[in-house]
Design a protein around this ligand. Structure first.
Ligand SMILES: [Zn+2]
Length: 685
């Protein structure tokens, strides 16, 4: 599963957050540095680049390992394009040919519209929007498209055998321009034939019913370790018979897979442990055979290898793009452990008992023996396939339930990707628009990243792990309020300690001001800005948002007599100002105590009251104001990344002596480079 920056409803996926439990994140809470994260913005897309902190400190062997795996990550690119839609490869190659050779007027409105279309298609890995799944509407005419194609030499065009440029134009024009043809990549409305109505390329010439019957026939009943049936194949009909084309060497996508395997073999040659070698060997066997049993063996080995310095994902993993939820898109990443963050989580977990013993809850609900949960934080070194350019913020794999139960899973948050989001958002005006004053702005710029990261770590590593139930309490009594209350408990645990001097003593924050920055950000989000994601007139539904609203409104109301937190108005705009940080901390502690009691005793009515009274309703006047202010900022709702360029340096014997990192600001250039160097599917229809 991926933790995404967008609202993808899944058990593990939250919205635009630092972590699995941090769903709506304040868009601006980071510390600036002189690295320029911003690359470009077009349509509803913002493109950034990410930095590789600490990469130079890896050993040469680790760097080589990263390099080979990163090549394997880039090599699979064409598979995803073809999976998204069967004409995507030919369209991509046509766009590349035009961009490569068109020498006419590039300042015309039509060419600019074509360029915009090209950028959008590259971003989506195809002609359907990566998130909404709708087909893009070109802003140029059919005849202009024909002119562009004709301006390319025949040898540049991706012509099928015997195909003329006119035939290419006749084929692609309706595919691109006719709004009725292939309108959606993934159609999941229950009343439709989702297989027939989806443009994605997992099925051809078959109905949903035929596919379902085909797999029902293959399912083994009561298998405690069921295979991920249908994960790596396309279902087609040959001579009236439904069958599978398996993704493997010599099979579907064999030409790409055969180019991935040599990079994995090179990775084995520099792998640090036998466990890694064994695991990669299994992956190669799986790629060669397409055998799903091998895939499970591989995943077991990968999941057991829980703490490597360098790790990766490479394969057919997530099934979000298949309307039937079986077939997986190809993706790849390479990552390495973030040593700074790991140091931080180790300090927290080794002090878990101290946090528990000093928590402001009733002593009888404290755990006598608490073990913190170690969360792994990594930096991305390369994104590929379905993780590029739109990247997840966290990943939890493998997906097979029985492996998760028997062996466990690996859960990581992607630090450098998250940091890029945060820092790039600083210049976007969001913080300046909603912060109460310059002190707040400065404080966030100085301490935002570290205080945000620490809040997440406290929430994840000790917050959820703390506290215990009273004897005999049924853990299911809080029902529909359980997750909002549980998130509130973990958030309050973190908030309470953010301003504790122990945190500074442990070296987790530089000073009290950093704690203040996190209070500012939390209340600004909970009382004001998080509602930008909610349509006018609607209530807050999502558990994390309810939690944040509930905490913020509760402390506001309880502190009202002492003016702890106040709403101020300036030029018709509303701001939130904290007047007494210490009293606010006490209030967080009081609410933590109450919510722990509710959980420990299973007090449904009290829990319901807190959520319903403080966490659900939005003041309609304020909501309108926030939405208007937000709209004026013109922020792009979707973000993606260009990759760094990893370059091996060789000695005279051809051995790698180092791997260097270069960063690029050229989004289109990277797409064209990948098209030239990592394209292994040919046009054969
Ligand atoms: Zn949580």
């Amino acid at each position: 599963m991926k933790l995404l920056s967008k609202l993808f409803i899944s058990l593990y996926i939250m919205i635009l957050g630092l972590s699995s439990c941090n769903s709506v994140k304040q868009p601006a809470t980071a510390k600036a540095d002189d690295f320029n994260y911003f690359v470009e913005q077009f349509d509803d897309i913002r493109v950034l680049k990410y930095k590789l902190p600490g990469f130079e400190a890896l050993t040469l062997r680790q760097k080589e390992y990263v390099y080979y795996l990163s090549q394997a990550t880039l090599t699979g690119r064409d598979i995803l394009w073809d999976q998204n839609f069967r004409y995507n490869i030919q369209i991509k190659k046509t766009i590349e040919a035009i961009l490569d050779s068109y020498s006419g007027n590039k300042e015309s409105d039509e060419f600019k519209a074509f360029l915009l279309y090209a950028k959008k298609v590259f971003f989506a890995n195809g002609i359907h929007h990566h998130y909404s799944s709708d087909k893009f509407k070109p802003g140029f005419s059919e005849s202009y498209f024909a002119t562009l194609i004709k301006s390319c030499g025949n040898e540049k065009l991706p012509l099928a055998k015997g195909q003329t440029p006119d035939q290419l134009i006749a084929l692609l024009t309706p595919v691109i321009f006719n709004e009725k043809l292939f309108p959606r990549k993934v159609e999941q409305r229950a009343e439709t034939d989702m297989v027939a109505e989806s443009a994605s390329n997992f099925y051809e010439g078959v109905t949903q019913k035929e596919v379902e019957e085909y797999y029902t026939g293959k399912t083994v009943g009561n298998d405690p370790r069921p295979l991920s049936l249908g994960l790596n194949s396309k279902v087609v009909k040959i001579n009236g018979k439904v069958t599978e084309e398996v993704y493997r060497s010599g099979g579907k996508y064999g030409s790409v897979i055969d180019n991935i395997i040599p990079w994995l073999e090179k990775a084995i040659s520099v792998a640090e442990t036998d466990a890694q070698k064994n695991e990669l060997g299994l992956l190669i066997e799986y790629y060669k055979t397409g055998d799903l049993k091998k895939w499970d063996e591989y995943n077991v080995a990968w999941a057991k290898n829980s703490d490597p310095m360098v790790d990766y994902i490479n394969g057919f993993i997530e099934n979000y793009e298949d309307p039937l939820g079986m077939k997986a898109t190809w993706e790849g990443i390479v990552d390495y452990t973030d040593m700074e963050a790991t140091k931080r989580t180790k300090i927290i977990t080794s002090n878990a008992q101290w946090f528990e013993d000093n928590s402001p809850i009733q002593p009888k609900y404290r755990k006598e023996k608490v073990t913190g949960v170690a969360a792994k934080v990594v930096n991305i070194a390369m994104l590929g396939g379905d993780c590029y350019p739109a990247s997840p913020l966290g990943i939890n794999l493998p997906n097979a339930d029985w492996i998760r139960k028997e062996v466990g899973s690996k859960s990581v948050t992607l630090a450098n990707i998250t940091n890029a989001y945060d820092i790039a958002s600083q210049g976007n005006g969001f913080l300046e628009e909603f912060a109460a004053d310059q002190t707040e702005v400065d404080r966030i710029k100085k301490y935002g990243i570290i205080s945000d990261a620490l809040h997440t770590d406290l929430h994840e590593c000790v917050g959820h792990a703390s506290g215990k139930l009273a004897e005999g309490t049924d853990p299911n009594t809080l029902k529909n309020y359980a997750s909002a209350l549980e998130e509130a408990r973990a958030d309050l645990f973190a908030l309470y300690y953010m301003m504790d001097k122990k945190i500074v003593e442990l070296g987790l924050l530089p000073n009290e001001d950093a704690g203040k920055a996190s209070y500012d950000a939390y209340l600004r989000n909970g009382l004001l800005t998080q509602v930008v994601r909610i349509k006018p007139g609607k209530d807050i539904e999502e558990a994390h948002m309810r939690n944040r609203a509930a905490i913020s409104h509760w402390v506001y109301e309880k502190g009202k007599a002492d003016n702890v937190v106040e709403f101020i108005k300036r030029d018709g705009k509303t701001y939130v100002k904290i007047n007494d940080y210490n009293k606010l901390r006490t209030l967080f502690g009081e609410l933590l105590k109450e919510i722990q009691r509710i959980k420990s005793e299973g007090d449904f009515e009290a829990g319901k009251k807190i959520i319903e009274n403080y966490g659900v309703k939005i003041d309609p006047k304020l909501h309108t104001e926030i939405l208007e202010r937000y709209a004026r900022l013109n922020l792009a709702p979707y973000t993606g990344f260009v990759n760094p360029v990893l370059k091996p340096l060789y000695d005279s014997n051809g051995s790698i002596t180092d791997v260097t990192v270069e960063y690029t600001d050229d989004y289109l250039g990277q797409m064209m480079y990948y098209g030239k160097n990592y394209s292994y599917l040919t046009i054969d229809n």
